[in-house]
Design a protein around this ligand. Structure first.
Ligand code: DAH
Length: 343
């Protein structure tokens, strides 16, 4: 029995020395000191031994137990500090690294061409006394249609294929919804623009997207005429294209303006001679607009006998496409760095 005890001691100490993980140590401990461990069984059997052997064996067994326990603890400490050493070696950050060198491996990003255009237009309108307003992308039917003189069941709703939410709200189909919010917030006279992303259930192709960008504008004052509208639109286009741009107005139907117009610009690609961009017509449709319908003013709590105004809806994607001769609207949302890098 005495030899057996010494063998257990030597074997276990050896195993502890060679163990490589805390899990391994634990299973060594269970094999020897666990409920059914080798040493535990011996300690338990001491009761049946003759008294003269019992005390010497008992004493030695307890010594061995203590020795093994402290060897395990010691090894455990070693293993966990070497684990930390390992993490320190593999997961380190060189805080002294030269940032300029490091940064060279990354390309700085930049503002998307649509937003560059949006900010430019915001600046132009701010300089002409317009406030910049925001509105939600998920709108109520009231702001998107009703208050813009498009009641339920009116066929004009079909002009804008709409994404509805389950609770009968919708993804705004145009930024005109911001007009109504603008009227609620301001007493006339006022000038506001409302840029934003809009959504329609469109089949997607080179010229159409289900997600695009507009800037809505509205000016309410006394005795506003189409001449004011033309003045502001020409000033805007001149700033954007950095030259005089010829425009023309054609009648256009929008329930929220009367009269309503389509504003075309003389094609900048061919100077009006006719090309593929303007479909040989010399003109490009750019900007629907008109004088605000009296019903819309009434929805905004404005007396149409005293005040009137103009409004317009600028398609930002179209404008950027004109400016840089981009032939496919889908590029804007593809996230393709090769495309975006050009701006
Ligand atoms: N909201 C219209 C659309 O997205 C564009 C528009 C037309 C806005 C005429 C206006 C306007 O403010 O007067 O189709």
């Amino acid at each position: 029995m005495k030899e057996k005890l010494e063998t257990i001691l030597n074997k276990t100490i050896n195993e502890i020395k060679n163990s490589e993980s805390i899990e391994e140590l634990e299973s060594i401990r269970i094999n020897v000191l666990g409920r059914k461990g080798e040493l535990t069984l011996i300690l338990r059997s001491l009761g049946q031994m003759p008294a003269e052997e019992r005390s010497a064996l008992g004493k030695r067994s307890n010594e061995i137990k203590t020795e093994i326990e402290s060897a395990i603890e010691e090894k455990k400490d070693k293993l966990s500090s070497s684990k930390i050493d390992h993490i320190l070696k593999s997961d380190w950050i060189d805080v002294t690294l030269n940032r300029a060198d490091f940064a060279k491996s990354f390309k700085p990003g930049h503002i998307h061409p649509i937003y560059t255009m949006q900010y430019e237009i915001e600046d132009i309108f701010s300089s002409m006394g317009f406030q910049i307003l925001d509105g939600p992308e998920v709108e109520t039917e009231y702001y998107n249609f009703e208050a813009l003189n498009i009641p339920g069941h009116h066929p004009a709703r079909d002009m804008q294929d709409t994404f509805w939410t389950e609770d009968y709200n919708l993804l705004r189909t145009h930024t005109s919804a911001i007009q109504v919010r603008g009227m609620e917030k301001n007493k006339p006279p006022f000038r506001v623009i409302g840029p934003g992303r809009v959504f329609r259930n469109e089949a997607v192709d080179a010229g159409h997207s289900n997600t695009f960008y507009q800037i809505e504008g509205m000016m309410v004052d006394r005795d506003i005429s189409v001449a004011h509208l033309i003045f502001f639109m020409k000033s805007l286009l001149k700033e954007i294209f950095k030259r005089e741009v010829k425009i023309r107005l054609r009648p256009g139907y929008f329930p929220f303006v009367e009269p309503g117009f389509e504003l075309d610009i003389n094609c900048l690609i061919c100077e009006g001679r006719g090309c593929s961009v303007c479909k040989q017509s010399g003109w490009v449709e750019l900007l629907p607009c008109g004088l605000v319908h009296p019903n819309v003013l009434r929805y905004g709590n404005i007396d149409p006998e005293e005040w009137n105004g103009f409004a317009f809806g600028l398609g930002l994607d179209r404008l950027v496409m004109m400016k840089y001769t981009i032939n496919d609207i889908r590029h804007f949302h593809d996230g393709d760095i090769r495309f975006l890098d050009q701006f």
